[in-house]
Write a protein that binds this ligand. Structure first.
Ligand SMILES: N[C@@H](CCC(=O)N[C@@H](CS)C(=O)NCC(=O)O)C(=O)O
Length: 198
């Protein structure tokens, strides 16, 4: 398997963390988004949407969208529940991540960490704060009720949400008012096969 990604990207880190927890071997191919490598014709031939991460299987099949890749990798492991209700809850969190969390927290982090918070993106950066904190509030409420996002064991829902939440300070978000999220982050980091983001 080949993973095309950037180790600093949370979407790509979801794949690295899943592969580490499952102890699956893979080849990592670095793609530099700031150099426009996701828009190069060779990359677009693999993935027409021009975004990382992508997973290329030995069959030549290519999967894009981080959460779809994570679910493919976790298939028939204890990270992806079989029970339809638990599976729907996992997917509920993954769709939440893509629509209500990543567009705020990951984008603010991109503006700060990748772009160095340029003056002309400051308003955009600030506009992400409210939505980001709203997403953290939703997570905190759930984590008051259960050890992980879906019940008492780690699932891919946690991986999908952990990726950008544990580095949210890099986008200007503080976790001081979120004790349950801090507990959950510690819990995930304690996993014996945990691998940190670079
Ligand atoms: N929904 C996609 C988002 C992927 C995405 O936004 N990737 C960013 C890096 S984190 C990217 O490739 N940006 C470069 C570009 O758009 O050219 C996923 O979850 O995989």
């Amino acid at each position: 398997m080949k993973v095309y990604g950037d180790a600093v990207s949370g979407n790509c880190y979801k794949i690295q963390l899943t592969l580490a927890l499952l102890e699956k071997p893979y080849q990592w191919i670095h793609v530099d988004i700031l150099k426009g490598e996701t828009k190069a014709p060779t990359f677009l031939a693999l993935s027409p949407n021009g975004k990382i991460p992508i997973l290329e299987l030995s069959s030549g099949d290519v999967i894009s969208e981080s959460n779809a890749i994570v679910n493919y990798l976790a298939y028939s492991s204890n990270l992806l529940p079989e029970d339809p209700l638990a599976l729907a809850k996992v997917q509920q969190w993954q769709f939440f991540e893509q629509y209500s969390h990543e567009p705020y927290i990951a984008v603010a982090r991109y503006i700060e960490k990748y772009l160095g918070l340029p003056e002309d993106r400051l308003e955009d950066y600030k506009s992400k704060q409210e939505g980001g904190y709203r997403a953290l509030d939703v997570m905190e409420q759930q984590l008051l009720k259960s050890k992980f996002l879906v019940g008492e064991t780690l699932t891919v829902a946690d991986i999908s949400l952990f990726a950008y939440t544990h580095v949210c300070h890099e986008g200007g978000f503080a976790l001081s008012n979120y004790p349950e999220i801090k507990r959950w982050i510690k819990e995930i980091k304690k996993h014996p096969k945990y691998t940190p983001m670079e």
